[in-house]
Design a protein around this ligand. Structure first.
Ligand SMILES: C[S@@+](CC[C@H](N)C(=O)[O-])C[C@H]1O[C@@H](n2cnc3c(N)ncnc32)[C@H](O)[C@@H]1O
Length: 329
């Protein structure tokens, strides 16, 4: 079941003005210079090389939305929001907004995509748009830092020794599992350009000896050996049905008999309206990637079964499944 829309919110749905005002304020980074106290639009305009009058109008609109305050000394941040909007804050979440802003022109072509059924971007964004890929990784890293320790707590890996993180990105999940199970030795397999980001993160955390790196393309290259645990997070929604089915055959070969696979993604239920966010996220994938989409959970279960995995368990609703490669008879 989708959500219920009231008549006022029906009209609200059509107004993207506030969204674009907010995204632009993050793009211009208006919040960081206000971290140390109020500033006038004139002073800020000089800082960021903007037109003072246009900037003042934008900032007044931000006041009316509730994202800034204004008094006779100038504009100030809203204290509860500042920690998410000021770049130097530990909880800065601007990258997420920058990512949305970068896709603005692509979203403008949604009608064209729906009419033609053809993507407007081509190629693997982690290869073809490295700057966007790096922003995606940075956003995912922040989000994963919140959920990864909890996931590592939920899945018992105490009797396993080796862990393969396929398309492991920033390394957040590998690090969380290795912290929870210090005897684990992990290998993170990803595109060479992404591994440059991973390497920095691992070194920062002092975990470069527990999480090793291997570069390659999981659609083209063999996976680097066999492991007790194979982990796959947020990969499936970038790929076609055929690529995913083929990838699961490889993942099966990379899992030791008796070993475990953990699959994390954004699954859609048989009822297409639930969970609501995943169906909408699937449109984001249609707009900003060549072939991405969210899949129904039964598709993931089918790929697992066809590859040979059994004992499929739901670890987190609509998000995480685990399965086992049977022991040798
Ligand atoms: C959405 S990110 C997920 C990162 C990480 N697993 C997580 O959940 O935070 C997708 C990752 O897959 C990697 N990737 C995409 N296509 C790949 C391919 N063909 N071969 C290897 N890695 C790939 C990207 O470089 C990126 O790190």
């Amino acid at each position: 079941m989708g959500q219920t829309v009231s008549v006022p919110s029906l009209f609200q749905l059509g107004y993207y003005w506030e969204a674009k005002i907010f995204l632009t304020s993050v793009k211009l980074d208006l919040y960081t210079p206000l971290a140390n106290g109020p500033k006038t639009a004139m002073a800020l305009a000089e800082n960021i090389e903007a037109d003072p009058d246009a900037l003042e109008r934008l900032m007044d609109a931000l006041v009316s939305i509730g994202l800034l305050k204004k008094d006779e000394t100038g504009y100030t941040n809203i204290p509860e929001l500042a920690e998410f909007l000021v770049k130097t804050s530990r909880f800065y979440m601007g990258e997420l907004m920058l990512l949305q802003d970068a896709e603005w022109d692509h979203w403008g072509k949604l009608e064209q995509i729906v009419k033609t059924g053809k993507p407007i971007v081509t190629g693997n964004i982690f290869k073809s748009r490295p700057e966007i890929g790096a922003t995606v990784l940075s956003v995912l890293n922040r989000m994963a830092q919140r959920v990864a320790p909890g996931l590592a707590e939920k899945i018992d890996l105490s009797k396993f020794k080796s862990f393969l993180d396929v398309g492991g990105g920033a390394g957040t999940f590998s690090m969380a599992f290795c912290k929870r199970y210090p005897h684990l030795k992990a290998m993170l397999f990803d595109l060479p350009q992404t591994l440059q980001v991973t390497e920095v993160n691992l070194k920062k955390a002092g975990m470069e000896n527990q999480v090793l790196l291997k570069g390659g393309d999981f659609n083209l290259d063999p996976l680097p050996g066999t492991f007790d645990v194979v982990f796959l997070s947020d990969i499936l929604h970038y790929q076609t049905e055929e690529e995913n089915a083929a990838l699961f055959l490889k993942l099966y070969q990379a899992t030791q008999p008796g070993g475990m696979i953990i699959v994390k993604d954004m699954f859609i239920n048989a009822d297409p309206g639930s969970p609501g966010w995943n169906a909408v996220f699937s449109i984001h994938m249609m707009v900003y990637s060549e072939k991405g989409r969210c899949f129904r959970e039964d598709a993931i279960r089918r790929w697992l079964t066809q590859a040979g995995f059994g004992d499929i368990q739901e670890i987190e609703r609509n998000t995480v499944l685990s399965a086992r490669r049977p022991e040798l008879q």
